[in-house]
Design a protein around this ligand. Structure first.
Ligand SMILES: Cc1ncc(COP(=O)(O)O)c(C=O)c1O
Length: 364
C-alpha cells in the first residue's frame, strides 16, 4: 500500500522550509529582546485598537471587497480602486504570484541573500529558483548577472526595494533594465514607508503592465500580527491576484485597523521616527567598534562582522548570553561567515544591543 507521503505532490518534500521556530522561542521567552525579526517594536495605538474592537460586533458577517479602502490605497499610488488587491499580509502576494506565473519547472530569478520566504513558496508551486548572488564589492543587485540568468523558462523575477537584508535601494536605471525584459517583475516595497521621501515605483506600471508592487502594513505601520497588505498593478494583474487570493482573505478587523491607521498618519510618522533615530545610533556605535553596518533604509541593519573572525553563530550565542537578545542569523555571503542583522526594538532592547556591541566587539 502507498504511504501517505507518496500521495503528496513531489515538490512538497523537496521545497525548502521557511522556519518560524525563532518565533516560538521568542514568544516563550518574553524577557528576551526580539531583535531577530523585522517587526515594528511599537504596539498599535488606542485608535487602531478601538476600530478593531468596534468592528468585532459585526464579526458574524463576511467582509466585502472594501471599495473605500481600495480607493484610498489607490490614491497613494495614483491608481484606481481596481488597481489594488487587498491581502492578509504581503506573504500572500508572495505565495499567489508563484501560483499565477509558475508552472512546474518554470524559473523564478532572485538575488541572494533575500527574504527567505520567497524560495520555498516558488518551490511549493513546482518552480525552480534561480539565485544570483549580490555583487561582491557592494552587496548591490548584480543586474548583469540576473539578466544573464534569463532563459525561455524564466516566468518571474523579484526586486526588493530597499532590499532585504541589505537595506540598499536599487537605481531606477537598473530597475528599468528588468522592466524592459517584459518578464513579470515583482517589486517588493515592504520597507519603503520608512523613507516617505523616496517615491514608490508605481509610475512604472503605466509603461510596464507586467510589473506589480507588493506592499505591507507589517513594517512601518506595525501590523505584523494584525496582517494586512496589498498588491498594486494593472486591472488585469489585480484580477489575477484576486482570483488566486481566497475570498474573505482579509478579516473585517484587519480592514478596520488599516482604515484607522490611514486616518492617523502621525502614528506611522512616530514609528518611523523611532526606527530611523535608532538606526542612526546603531550605525554610530557599530562603526565605533570597527564593524561595517550597511547603509540600510528599512527597519533592519545588515552588519558585516567578518573582520572580527567571529562566526555568525558565535555572535548570536554571545548576544543571547550577555544581554538576552535574539539576533538574526545571516548565512555566509560569498563564503564569508560573520554577518548578522538587527532591527531597532523598543528603547530598552536597543540599549541592551548597544551594550552588547560595546562589550563584545569593543573590548580587545
Ligand atoms: C521583503 C519582504 N517582503 C515581504 C515580507 C512579508 O511581510 P508580511 O507578510 O508580514 O506582509 C517581509 C517580511 O519580513 C519581507 O522582508
Amino acid at each position: 500500500m502507498k504511504q501517505l507521503k507518496d500521495w503528496f505532490v513531489p515538490w512538497l518534500s523537496t521545497a525548502r522550509e521557511y522556519n518560524t521556530g525563532i518565533l516560538d522561542k521568542a514568544w516563550a521567552k518574553p524577557d528576551y529582546g526580539r531583535l531577530m525579526l523585522n517587526e515594528n517594536p511599537l504596539p498599535p495605538s488606542e485608535k487602531v485598537i478601538r476600530a478593531v474592537t468596534d468592528i468585532l460586533s459585526k464579526g458574524n458577517r463576511y467582509p466585502d471587497s472594501m471599495l473605500r479602502l481600495r480607493t484610498r490605497l489607490g490614491k497613494l499610488h495614483n491608481q484606481g480602486p481596481d488597481n489594488i488587491g487587498l491581502c492578509n499580509g504581503s506573504s500572500e502576494i508572495i505565495d499567489c504570484m508563484m501560483r499565477i506565473f509558475l508552472q512546474p519547472g518554470d524559473e523564478f530569478i532572485i538575488s541572494t541573500p533575500t527574504f527567505e520566504l520567497f524560495p520555498p513558496r516558488a518551490e511549493l508551486a513546482g518552480g525552480k529558483v534561480v539565485s544570483v548572488p549580490l555583487r561582491k564589492e557592494d552587496l548591490q543587485y548584480d543586474v548583469d548577472g540576473m539578466l544573464k540568468a534569463i532563459t525561455p523558462k524564466t516566468k518571474l523575477m523579484l526586486v526588493i526595494n530597499p532590499n532585504n537584508p541589505t537595506g540598499i535601494f536599487i537605481d531606477d536605471k537598473d530597475l528599468i533594465r528588468f522592466c524592459e525584459t517584459g518578464i513579470p517583475l515583482c517589486i517588493d516595497e515592504a520597507y519603503l514607508d520608512y523613507h516617505p521621501e523616496i517615491p514608490s515605483k508605481d509610475f512604472l506600471l503605466r509603461k510596464y503592465p507586467q510589473v506589480f508592487l507588493s506592499h505591507t502594513f507589517s513594517k512601518a505601520y506595525g501590523f505584523a500580527g494584525i496582517r494586512f497588505g496589498y498588491v498594486v498593478g494593472t486591472e488585469e494583474m489585480v484580477k489575477a491576484f484576486n482570483a488566486m487570493f481566497l475570498p474573505w482573505n482579509v478579516s473585517l478587523m484587519a480592514m478596520a485597523a488599516a482604515e484607522a491607521i490611514l486616518d492617523n498618519p502621525e502614528e506611522v510618522a512616530a514609528k518611523v521616527k523611532h526606527n530611523n533615530r535608532w538606526m542612526e545610533i546603531f550605525t554610530k556605535e557599530l562603526v565605533q567598534v570597527g564593524l561595517k553596518p550597511f547603509p540600510a533604509h528599512g527597519n533592519y541593519m545588515l552588519i558585516d562582522a567578518t573582520m572580527t573572525g567571529k562566526t555568525t553563530a558565535e555572535i548570536l550565542a554571545a548576544g543571547m548570553e550577555m544581554e538576552r537578545i535574539f539576533l538574526k542569523s545571516i548565512k555566509t555571503i560569498h563564503g564569508r561567515d560573520g554577518y548578522f542583522r538587527v532591527p531597532p526594538g523598543v528603547d530598552e532592547e536597543n540599549e541592551r544591543f548597544v551594550r552588547f556591541v560595546r562589550n563584545y566587539f569593543g573590548k580587545k
